[in-house]
Ligand binder design. Structure first.
Ligand SMILES: Nc1ncnc2c1ncn2[C@@H]1O[C@H](COP(=O)(O)OP(=O)(O)OP(=O)(O)O)[C@@H](O)[C@H]1O
Ligand SMILES: [Mg+2]
Length: 361
């Protein structure tokens, strides 16, 4: 980032006043995370939530003024409301009965059902499972979409082989990408990863909420189901989403290793506490299928997720083998459900999709 450009941006933003206070937004310390890279500017406006409507206009003014600078071709800005420390929920707390903030109240326009794919631990194959599941839901006749909420490591662009960027329609709605017939949206489509990683939690949430609201999810007709690929763990993003989006249910992905199962319990716990129904557990990389001879080996000590599911009283939805074809097809942007529709792997995803369909209806 060139220093001059950064100052130039700040100078422009300094000309914009807080409408009620009459003081410029830079002096009020409202501009945060200002970054510029290759003609793309990103920043957050830290606001008081009660002024959201007014400040949305200010945000638009900022965008318009910055776009007037020669060489700036894109501005991604979000409103963020700094949360008070007492509102942070580092550990799970049971919601007080009837407590407003923990109620699920938000439907996504153009979407009938929302399911989240989550995991307590990273790298268990959540995104791979989410994308194949969304495609399998499509195979059984549902109109499906996927929303990559993993802003710190969006993998849906790679998994779906998407390189283009979404466009906007006349109403400024974002037109999601459609690939393999699947509607998809990812922050990875809109901004460079290195920009996203410097964002703090509140900015991330603001961006996610804005994307939910601004995307034309029903571009291809109303979606029967939107699959959310959540970031790993049980942090703020997951919790805020669970509180702000009216999810029909969650699917927790786990590997058979014990450590992952401990995390699975945490994942389940989070949904219970936020009143999101857990549809069940999927065991991924459940057993090893030898690519040359097809022999099955339970290298991780198989069956743990089924046991945990039974103990915790949630359904066990299925087990997906560890197989090179699953990884390779994902890496190549054509997930296995599309690439090998008649394979046994695809049959497993389709079977899980049917179980989920039954739970939705
Ligand atoms: N069943 C499987 N067989 C073989 N490889 C798999 C399988 N599931 C996932 N993988 C591979 O494991 C790696 C991690 O998978 P993925 O990115 O889906 O995990 P994740 O849980 O979404 O990770 P993160 O926590 O970083 O979001 C990828 O390289 C993926 O191709
Ligand atoms: Mg992932």
């Amino acid at each position: 980032m060139s220093k001059i450009k950064h100052e130039q941006l700040l100078n422009i933003l300094k000309s914009i006043l807080h409408p009620a206070k009459g003081v410029d937004i830079v002096s009020l310390d409202m501009v945060q995370g200002l970054v510029i890279k290759e003609g793309e500017v990103g920043f957050a406006l830290n606001i008081n939530p009660s002024e959201a409507e007014m400040m949305e206009q200010v945000r638009k003014t900022c965008d318009a003024k910055l776009l007037e600078i020669p060489g700036i071709n894109k501005v991604v800005s979000v409103l963020t409301a700094e949360r008070q420390p007492e509102k942070k929920i580092p550990e799970m707390q049971a919601p007080t009965k009837g407590a407003g903030p923990l109620k699920n109240t938000r439907k996504i326009p153009g979407v009938k059902h929302i399911i989240a794919v989550a995991s307590g631990k990273g790298g268990v194959g959540k995104s791979t499972t989410a994308v194949n599941l969304a495609l399998a839901l499509q195979t059984i006749g549902l109109k499906a979409g996927i929303f990559d909420v993993d802003i710190y490591g969006p993998s849906i662009p790679m998994l779906l082989g998407v390189t283009e960027q979404p466009t906007q329609d006349a109403d400024k709605k974002i037109i999601p990408i459609i690939s393999h017939g699947l509607v998809s949206m990812s922050l990875g489509y809109l901004m460079r990863q290195d920009t996203a990683t410097i964002w703090r939690g509140p900015m991330v949430m603001s961006a996610v909420k804005q994307m939910i609201a601004d995307t034309k999810w029903d571009v291809n007709g109303e979606l029967d189901v939107l699959v959310l690929d959540l970031p790993p763990g049980t942090g703020d993003v997951q919790l805020t989403l669970a509180q702000n989006v009216d999810m029909d249910g969650a699917v927790v992905v786990s590997t058979p290793q014990d450590i992952a199962l401990t995390d699975t319990r945490k994942g389940l716990n989070m949904f219970e506490k936020t009143d999101v129904k857990v549809f069940g557990i999927i065991e991924n990389m459940s057993y090893f299928l030898c690519p040359s001879c097809g022999t099955r080996s339970d290298i991780f000590g198989h069956g743990g997720a089924r046991e945990v599911a039974e103990k915790l009283g949630v359904d066990f939805l299925g087990e997906i083998p560890l197989h090179m074809d699953i990884r390779e097809t994902s890496d190549n942007g054509t997930p296995i459900v599309v690439h090998q529709p008649d394979s046994t792997h695809t049959a497993i995803y389709v079977d899980i999709a049917r179980k989920i369909q039954a739970k939705l209806s």
